[in-house]
Design a binder for this molecule. Structure first.
Ligand SMILES: Nc1c(NC[C@H](O)[C@H](O)[C@H](O)CO)[nH]c(=O)[nH]c1=O
Ligand SMILES: CC(=O)[C@@H](O)COP(=O)(O)O
Length: 140
């Protein structure tokens, strides 16, 4: 059994509830323990994962969030920089699945958050599990 931390940016409660449910279901189906940490927004996720990884309390992480395009360039910053931060941590060897959905509108978000549809939360959890498996394989 591994210990996972879901770090969620709770910007849209109803969407996050579905994404977190999908991620939890995927990890608990494999017998892993899951905690959830909430941060204000997607830009805070990489920093939170970095701090939690330094604590050595968790084997892997799932980033959960929803970024919906508004009127300004801020969408590109939030979407791009949260992804870049997560990728940098992953390249440092931290097992992270990225379940931050970056979409144009609520309809696209609902389709991707719903575990019975595109289940992007579950998909991100499975990616984190795959990276953890690789860590074990290459550690031998
Ligand atoms: N617009 C969205 C944000 N914006 C907030 C930022 O993520 C960050 O918390 C703020 O800039 C302070 O550092 N975050 C989301 O997760 N989703 C959005 O749609
Ligand atoms: C993704 C965002 O930052 C967005 O929700 C903010 O909207 P706006 O660009 O209209 O300020």
């Amino acid at each position: 059994m591994a210990n996972f931390l879901i770090v969620e940016a709770r910007f849209y409660d109803h969407l996050n509830d579905m994404l977190v449910a999908g991620a939890k279901a995927a990890m608990e189906a494999e017998g892993h323990a899951v905690d959830v940490l909430t941060v204000p927004g997607a830009l805070e996720i990489p920093g939170a994962i970095s701090l939690a990884a330094d604590s050595e309390r968790y084997d892997g992480f799932v980033a959960i969030g929803v970024v919906i395009r508004g009127e300004t360039y801020h969408f590109e910053i939030v979407a791009g920089e949260s992804a870049r931060g997560i990728m940098a941590l992953t390249m440092d060897g931290i097992a992270i699945g990225n379940g931050i959905i970056t979409v144009e509108n609520e309809e696209q978000a609902l389709e991707r958050a719903d575990p019975s549809k595109k289940d992007k939360g579950g998909e991100a959890a499975k990616a984190a599990l795959a990276l953890l498996d690789l860590q074990a394989r290459f550690a031998r």
